[in-house]
Design a protein. Structure first.
Length: 236
């Protein structure tokens, strides 16, 4: 019995290491599209802006066929920089119509809470840049084909703030915008790219569950370690 307890005590630490390896950090697949410019500016993307709202859309292409399952995007709140969460968004994917958004491929209504990135953009006061992530309606897209993405916020419940989509400057980028969501056409523009990332549906790996035998081994190892410590105190 003495030999068994000693061996179990020696098993305790390896048991902990084994369990850690089995239920370690969850693997997260890389985005299938990532456009993360250094944010320096912003563009209106809110139903509550002006008389009829306004929004922007940014074009993109995928390197391979994929089904979009979630989106990450960044933006800020102008006004008093005191956002009210959760915030309602429409996340819309369009096909391309001659260099501007065409038919709607999917639209997902979400209510999300932004995470402060620690980045501030200053225009009189410092505006906090927030990051948002949400699942979308699964949207199958074809490689090397132009599509458009547009997040549209609704801050009508927030009397002193509007939401703006964060962007960065680049010479080769193009985007489109509307300054009137009821009657206004899409207007093509350039020299800016907006911050967003796309993840494939089902890209997040589930948390691995340890085998029952491994959990049992860990329990025996911990028990042996406890008994060993008590025997040492008694001997002292």
């Amino acid at each position: 019995m003495t030999i068994l307890l000693r061996d179990l005590g020696r098993l305790a630490l390896p048991g902990l290491v084994s369990l850690h390896l089995l239920i370690g950090p969850v693997a997260q697949a890389a985005p299938i599209f990532s456009q993360t410019p250094t944010v320096f500016s912003w563009f209106t993307a809110d139903r509550d802006t002006g008389p009829n709202g306004g929004r922007a859309a940014d074009e993109f292409q995928l390197a391979s066929d994929a089904t979009i399952g979630s989106v990450t995007w960044r933006g800020l709140f102008t006004g008093t920089n005191t956002p009210m969460f959760p915030l309602d968004f429409d996340l819309t994917f369009y096909d391309d119509n001659g260099g501007e958004p065409g038919a709607v491929l999917s639209n997902t209504a979400v209510s999300v809470t932004g995470v402060d990135t620690g980045i501030d953009l200053t225009s009189g006061i410092a505006f906090d840049v927030y990051e948002f992530t949400a699942a979308t309606t699964p949207t199958a897209l074809i490689a090397n084909t132009t599509y458009w993405f547009s997040p549209l916020a609704d801050t009508s419940n927030d009397s002193d703030d509007n939401w703006w989509w964060a962007n960065g400057q680049t010479q080769s980028a193009s985007y489109a915008f509307r300054t009137d969501l009821i009657n206004g056409p899409w207007v093509q523009s350039s020299f800016s790219e907006f911050y967003f990332e796309l993840d494939e549906a089902g890209a997040t790996n589930p948390v691995p569950v340890p085998e029952p035998a491994t959990v049992g081994l860990l329990g025996l190892g911990l028990a042996g370690l406890g008994l060993r410590a008590r025997r040492r105190r008694a001997a002292a």
